[in-house]
Design a protein around this ligand. Structure first.
Ligand SMILES: NC(=O)c1ccc[n+]([C@@H]2O[C@H](COP(=O)([O-])OP(=O)(O)OC[C@H]3O[C@@H](n4cnc5c(N)ncnc54)[C@H](OP(=O)(O)O)[C@@H]3O)[C@@H](O)[C@H]2O)c1
Length: 280
């Protein structure tokens, strides 16, 4: 990485996808507070511009680059913008994501699964491909906001869990290929409050289910706190971060006692589903 003292992000260049809301927004703000240079990506222009302004108000340099991460040309242009503005990329934080809340067997068609793979898998792989030469040369980092569902299956989330498993496999392989020259951090998060993921989650007809279906978030961790944990893990160049930490046990349990873990997950998610309005 470029010019700063070890562990500091001052003057380093981060591209953050999904920066217009939720976790991506909060990670960008946390990096801005440390004096990083930010290149913010998302589709919605106004929230993205507001996110860049909020970064600048924290004393950082920040630009908004409207980007659809499902389009390879947009991802290539995004990284080119970062190079043109700041001279290269030290870190890519891939936080763009799209959720699902529907049983596979109740989908209007298998094509409902496509945008889930396009955003959650291709939306990581494409910008990572274009940023890789810079990340390698600058001993940089790839941070992927995955999910607990990158390790375990969850009912009503098959398309989302499939895409998060795919991206987990991609990250685990890339880490082996690149060795010391690239830190690859995957964030396996459980439910986080203060984001739009649930409201935008696709229902059985492939349309967002809307805020009425989003739930109140219970005692889940706030996006701001989760972002602080992500940035701390980035500083340590860790390979994995579970949010909350004890959810690591779910990953361990599912390998040791898979049938029991399946029962526990099914019971928990069904209880939650019973509290949700039906979308079919
Ligand atoms: N919230 C949770 O409980 C939770 C739990 C585990 C993991 N995660 C993961 O955390 C990450 C952030 O999600 P969030 O919870 O913060 O949800 P969010 O508030 O809905 O944020 C999602 C972000 O992704 C962007 N995005 C969606 N489709 C895109 C596309 N095609 N191109 C570019 N950007 C796109 C959205 O911006 P535009 O609409 O402007 O494009 C938005 O900024 C996701 O990867 C999600 O899977 C969240």
């Amino acid at each position: 990485m470029s010019d700063a003292s070890p562990g500091s992000f001052r003057g380093r260049v981060f591209v953050v996808t999904g920066a217009s809301s939720g976790l991506g927004y909060e990670i960008a703000q946390a990096l801005a507070a440390e004096g990083a240079h930010l290149v913010l990506a998302g589709r919605a222009r106004e929230p993205l511009a507001a996110a860049a302004l909020a970064c600048r108000e924290r004393g950082a340099s920040a630009i908004a680059v409207p980007t659809d991460v499902t389009l390879d040309a947009d991802c290539s242009a995004l990284i080119e913008c970062a190079r043109a503005e700041f001279g290269g990329v030290d870190g890519l934080v891939a936080a763009a994501g799209l959720g699902m809340w529907a049983r596979f067997g109740e989908l209007s068609g298998p094509e409902v699964m496509e945008p889930l793979m396009a955003v959650n898998y291709w939306g990581v792989v494409q910008p990572a491909f274009h940023a890789l030469p810079d990340l390698r040369a600058r001993n940089g980092m790839l941070v992927v906001i995955s999910s607990v569902q990158g390790r375990i299956g969850v009912p009503w989330h098959s398309g989302y869990a499939a895409a998060k498993h795919a991206v987990q496999g991609f990250c685990d392989s890339l880490r082996l290929e690149e060795g010391e020259r690239l830190a690859v951090l995957t964030v396996l998060a459980h439910w986080i409050r203060g984001t739009e993921l649930r409201a935008r989650a696709l229902g059985s007809d492939g349309r967002p289910r809307g805020s009425a279906a989003a739930g109140h978030g219970g005692d889940a961790m706030l996006a701001e706190e989760a972002a602080a944990r992500v940035v701390a893990a980035m500083r340590q160049r860790r390979r994995e971060l579970w949010i909350p930490r004890h959810f690591r046990l779910v990953g361990i349990l599912s390998s040791l006692v898979p049938a029991l873990t399946d029962r526990l997950i099914r019971r928990r998610v069904e209880r939650e589903h019973a509290r949700q309005p039906r979308d079919d």
